[in-house]
Write a protein that binds this ligand. Structure first.
Ligand SMILES: Nc1ccn([C@@H]2O[C@H](COP(=O)(O)OP(=O)(O)OP(=O)(O)O)[C@@H](O)[C@H]2O)c(=O)n1
Ligand SMILES: C[C@](O)(CO)[C@H](O)COP(=O)(O)O
Length: 280
């Protein structure tokens, strides 16, 4: 019912966007990248507890949300980024998390809603014409990498039976179903994944799924659940284990350590000539 148009798996070979590196790799004809990123950064961060929210908190030298924007900006498959935040925060978001960085991808804003689901609906509505897919990502997951984004997009584009893909990890802990704190059952772990973002869908499918959720009063904790309940086919794609979400202040410690570690690894590789010098 929600099948999307057939897309050749070869299409992602030549997307070049505005990025110099991508453009030179494509060697001429430059098709439009098929994906618009929707970065939801409209929550109030109540569990984090900072009065101004968490999206602009400095993490390893950048505002939290800027790390996610950077990862999508570097993807040749992403041609536009919509940042979802409260209207009154737009100017501050632009001044602190966008303008200081040399992002090449066009970035526009959409207004946040009351819930995360309302915010993703608003972001999907703001996807410009011409983009067939939307990659919805939490602004609070700064460790996502361009490689993981591109891999997930490629899995979706390569399989026309899919309505969407969800980045995540197979469960590694033993899981318990509980009533209060009393264990009711220990389900087979092999059936469980921990879902993360990005979650990527056809824009059309996502718009229909949101309309149905509103009509039927359904509120999910992620975007895929809206598509699943419509009978959509959604596949999990393994993404890096460290794609953590900053939810409470303690999350900053591992996230900062990982970002600093990545920067240090990149510097060492550049110094030993293993990698060309890149801007971090
Ligand atoms: N109305 C909302 C609620 C959440 N989000 C975004 O959804 C992502 C995941 O949500 P979460 O980590 O729960 O953030 P908050 O809602 O801000 O946190 P809390 O639930 O602690 O208030 C975050 O990037 C958050 O900014 C959003 O755009 N709009
Ligand atoms: C979408 C999500 O990041 C997938 O893990 C998560 O469900 C968001 O959860 P929250 O309730 O907004 O923290």
């Amino acid at each position: 019912m929600m099948a999307r148009d057939e897309v050749s798996s070869s299409v992602f070979a030549g997307f070049a966007g505005q990025h110099a590196a991508c453009a030179s790799a494509s060697g001429g004809a430059v098709p439009m990248p098929p994906v618009c990123a929707v970065i939801v950064a409209g929550g109030c961060g109540s569990r984090f507890g900072n009065p101004g929210g968490k999206q602009l908190v400095n993490v390893a030298g950048r505002p939290l949300v800027a790390w996610s924007i950077m990862a999508f900006d570097r993807s040749c498959l992403v041609g536009h980024i919509v940042v979802v935040c409260p209207a009154e925060k737009r100017a501050e978001m632009r001044r602190l998390a966008i303008d200081p960085f040399d992002f090449k991808t066009p970035i526009t804003f959409a207004d946040a809603g009351e819930t995360r689901q309302d915010s993703t609906a608003s972001g999907i509505d703001a996807v410009p014409m011409g983009f067939e897919y939307a990659a919805i990502h939490d602004g609070a997951r700064p460790l996502i990498t361009t490689g993981a984004i591109d891999h997930a997009i490629q899995v979706l584009l390569a399989d026309c039976s899919l309505d969407g893909v969800v980045c995540g990890q197979p469960a590694i802990d033993t899981l318990k179903i509980v009533d209060g704190e009393r264990i009711v059952e220990t389900p087979p772990r092999s059936m469980y994944w921990a879902a993360q973002t990005p979650q990527i869908f056809s824009v059309e499918v996502m718009r229909r799924a949101h309309a149905a959720a509103v009509a039927e009063g359904f509120v999910g904790t992620d975007d895929a659940s809206l598509v699943e309940r419509m009978g959509g086919v959604v596949q999990c794609v393994a993404s890096p284990r460290d794609n953590l979400k900053v939810t409470v202040p303690e999350d900053l410690r591992p996230v900062t350590a990982i970002l600093l570690g990545r920067m240090s690894d990149a510097e060492s590789a550049q110094d030993t000539g293993v990698m060309p010098r890149v801007q971090l």
